[in-house]
Design a protein around this ligand. Structure first.
Ligand code: GLN
Ligand code: ZN
Length: 758
């Protein structure tokens, strides 16, 4: 009979219980036992919850104290030499040192690099390997968690990150080939699988998510080798698990690997079903990912049921499993806690628990008429969402329809605008500015919390923010910056601040999703057509401008970044939602201009991370993303200067799109790469102005004047001096005031020196 399964569950707990337990331990390592106890309770509670919701197969070893890729590296003893002494002396301290670095007594260790897990907002720790790398089973975490579940009466299915994806997600520090390590790695996987079998595991979920990426011949050879070797040992059956996209040109390979079942993502790639059914070997189990593990909407069961029935007709119920598209790590746990949302909106949402319940309904619908009531209930929810006048606003739709090419085009070409802007602002060469936020000190955060909880009156909060803004402006004038910012003290977060003022957004109370380690984010939910009922930033920007005679830069978050960092509607293309955001922000840009703000920055730090996983889909994404930015920016006069800011970016393969954004000025993160990121701009003969970051704001370290001059000299060697701005890498909100003062003073001094040199 068809089985309801799950592939992974959020780790933090409905109330983020893991977070304080982790942080308490990091602060004071005598809290170790209490951390481990909290972790154990969470696993136990989550297994029970999943069973109650209807999962017949629940995962184990999906839990992690920090990150599952780090767990895998640690288990395999892929620990760089410098951490080894600590890890041997104190395994838990060693584990966290890899994740977070460690600084105590005679130990001073950097953290390993962290990067995004595919196209999610979850970040994993990048294992660091080298040509002479050896592996052994250092821990038995998967076995221990399997036995822990068993003791609770649950026959869980251990989750392992597969050997090929593990290597492909790692990096070597000596430039050697990661995949060359496979031969050394496989015996350890074999040993682990043997131990899991001995412990009683019948099945293992082996994740090879890299199979949805563009893979070359070497990768293919590695998969074949890995699963041939692992077929030769006594082991549990293997469910080869792929997610976040279609197998596509890797399908033939995936279906030939010597495993016992295949999981495919039918949410991102529903069209692959028939090809998968054709390719599936006769004995294989097929797990269909039919509810969205990446988003929070209830599933349209009427849409999914025909897919499942098709599979059922082909392979029968015994070999069929129903699952979320991917691990539920990327969504919150339980929507029933969101009592402050309107009951209508809540009825459209499905978090982790509800996703599993939906799978149960689908399974029931296959075998009996008992599910009719549940199906009808689900149908009603879809109907109410489709018909809601909160969601669908004819005026917004009409405005999007009326957009034409001119709306995405500045009135004049760049060089004309440049002249108009130079006349208006008379800035020196190497103009200095910052990226927007200034230190969000404890005072600022406390005042906001007090205001939100009603302990601080509106007028008092306003006065507090005004004072912060004033001080910030005085500070910038004193230091001698050329283009000022107001400091963003009124903003909690660069997306939430805008979402709270736009129609079509909702906010949860407990909808936390792990970003990395103990850090969680609570993405806004874009549920309806987006509209701006009133100006959002004009008051603060105009107030700030009234305090200074220097140009004040207005500060907005761009449409692509708002989209990227929210839970987005699934009833229309992402591009359509983005376009609505662009129009709302365009109005804001025009209102800023009307209020006398002549320089406006539209941040798009997430533009690059929105890139699809497959290259062939990049062009169409970049087309609409750039178009949306241009719609936001293009309504202004020639002498209004549009800035954009992008961090976390590698520009080589998107430079054409970045140039097409046609911002008058772009600021980018370059100090850590020592200007290497500028290469793309140089090669492209990028015509507009650029502010390559010369101060790495991710570290409390204060850069010296000479160091920044050296970076700027590197920049002037390849770009014209009239093209360059001088600014930090990103906003200063995580920094303290004293270091900000010293660093910006040095930055301004560096610009002065450069002016004298040209
Ligand atoms: N304007 C924002 C700030 O300064 C930009 C943040 C970002 O790029 N991530 O904080
Ligand atoms: Zn940034």
């Amino acid at each position: 009979m068809t089985t309801v399964t799950n592939l992974g569950f959020p780790r933090m707990g409905t109330r983020r219980e893991l977070k304080p337990a982790l942080e308490a331990y990091w602060h004071d390592d005598t809290k170790c036992a209490s951390l481990l106890d909290t972790a154990k309770q969470l696993r136990r509670r989550h297994w029970t919850l999943q069973r109650e919701a209807g999962a017949q197969v629940v995962p184990c070893n999906d839990f992690s104290l920090y990150d599952h890729v780090l767990d895998t590296a640690y288990m395999l003893d892929a620990i760089p030499e410098r951490y080894r002494a600590l890890a041997d002396a104190d395994p838990l301290a060693g584990y966290f040192a890899l994740a977070r670095g460690a600084q105590r007594d005679d130990v001073d260790l950097h953290a390993l690099e962290m990067t995004k897990w595919f196209d999610t907002n979850y970040h994993y720790i990048v294992p660091e390997l080298h040509a002479a790398q050896t592996f052994r089973l250092r821990t038995h975490k998967p076995v221990e968690e399997f036995l822990e579940a068993k003791a609770q009466g649950i026959d869980a299915r251990p989750v392992l990150l597969g050997p090929v994806s593990f290597l492909l997600l790692s990096k070597t520090i000596d430039g050697s080939d990661r995949l060359a390590l496979l031969d050394r790695l496989l015996p350890v996987y074999a040993e682990l699988l043997g131990k899991l079998k001995d412990a009683g595991a019948n099945w293992v979920q082996i994740d090879e998510p890299c199979l949805v990426l563009d893979q070359d011949m070497d990768d293919h050879v590695a998969y074949r080798t890995a699963y041939r070797v692992l077929a030769q040992i006594p082991r549990p059956k293997l469910l080869l698990t792929t997610y976040f996209g279609a197998l596509d040109d890797n399908l033939a390979l995936a279906s030939q690997l010597l495993v016992d079942g295949l999981h495919v993502d039918l949410v991102r790639a529903p069209n692959q079903l028939d090809d998968v059914l054709d390719a599936l070997p006769r004995q294989h189990v097929l797990s269909l990912g039919v509810v969205d593990g990446r988003n929070i909407w209830r599933t349209d069961l009427d849409h999914v049921l025909p897919l499942i029935k098709r599979a059922h007709a082909r392979i029968g119920g015994e070999r069929l499993q129903l699952a979320p598209s991917c691990s539920l790590l990327h969504i919150p746990i339980d929507v029933s806690l969101e009592t402050e949302l309107s009951s209508e909106l809540r009825s459209w949402l499905s978090f982790g628990r509800q996703k599993i319940e939906e799978l149960r309904t689908l399974r029931d619908a296959l075998k009996s008429a008992n599910a009719l009531a549940a199906l009808e209930d689900a149908r009603q929810r879809q109907v109410s969402r489709r018909q809601s006048s909160d969601v669908h606003r004819p005026d917004v739709i009409a405005r999007v329809d009326a957009l034409n090419a001119k709306d995405a085009q500045r009135a004049s070409p760049y060089l004309t605008r440049r002249d108009a802007q130079r006349k208006r602002f008379t800035l020196p060469l190497f103009p200095t500015t910052t990226i927007g936020s200034f230190p969000q000190t404890k005072d600022v955060r406390e005042a906001r919390a007090k205001y939100k909880s009603g302990k601080l009156q509106h007028a008092d909060y306003e006065a507090f923010l005004q004072e912060q803004t004033q001080q910030c402006i005085r500070f910038q004038e004193e230091i001698g910056l050329d283009v000022l910012v107001h400091g963003e003290f009124e903003r909690n977060d660069m997306v939430e601040y805008f979402g709270e003022q736009l129609d079509g957004f909702a906010f949860t109370k407990h909808g936390w999703v792990q970003s990395y380690g103990s850090r969680c984010v609570k993405p806004p939910i874009i549920y309806g057509d987006v509209q701006r009922p009133a100006p959002m930033t004009v008051r603060w920007s105009a107030y700030a401008q009234s305090l200074t005679s220097r140009p004040m830069k207005g500060m907005l978050t761009g449409p692509v970044t708002v989209l990227q960092w929210s839970f987005v509607r699934d009833d229309q293309p992402r591009s359509a939602t983005c376009c609505q955001l662009a129009l709302a922000l365009r109005d804001e840009v025009l209102d800023l201009q009307a209020a006398g703000i002549g320089i406006i920055q539209i941040d798009e730090p997430a533009l690059r991370e929105g890139l699809p996983l497959r290259r062939k889909e990049w062009a169409s994404y970049l087309d609409w993303a750039v178009e949306c930015f241009r719609v936001t920016a293009s309504g202004v006069a020639d002498d209004t200067q549009i800035h954009t800011h992008m961090c976390y970016s590698e520009f080589n393969d998107i430079i054409e799109a970045v140039a097409a954004m046609d911002a008058d000025v772009i600021s980018i993160e370059t100090s850590r790469s020592r200007m290497a990121l500028l290469d793309a701009f140089v090669r492209f003969h990028y015509p507009n102005e650029i502010g390559p970051g010369v101060y790495d704001i991710h570290s409390p370290r204060v850069p010296g004047i000479e160091e920044m001059v050296t970076l700027l000299e590197k920049a002037t060697a390849v770009l014209g001096p009239e093209q360059l701005w001088v600014n930090p890498d990103c906003g200063l909100k995580t920094r303290g005031w004293p270091e900000t003062y010293d660093a910006l003073q040095a930055l301004v001094e560096a610009a002065h020196i450069m002016r004298q040199r040209v």
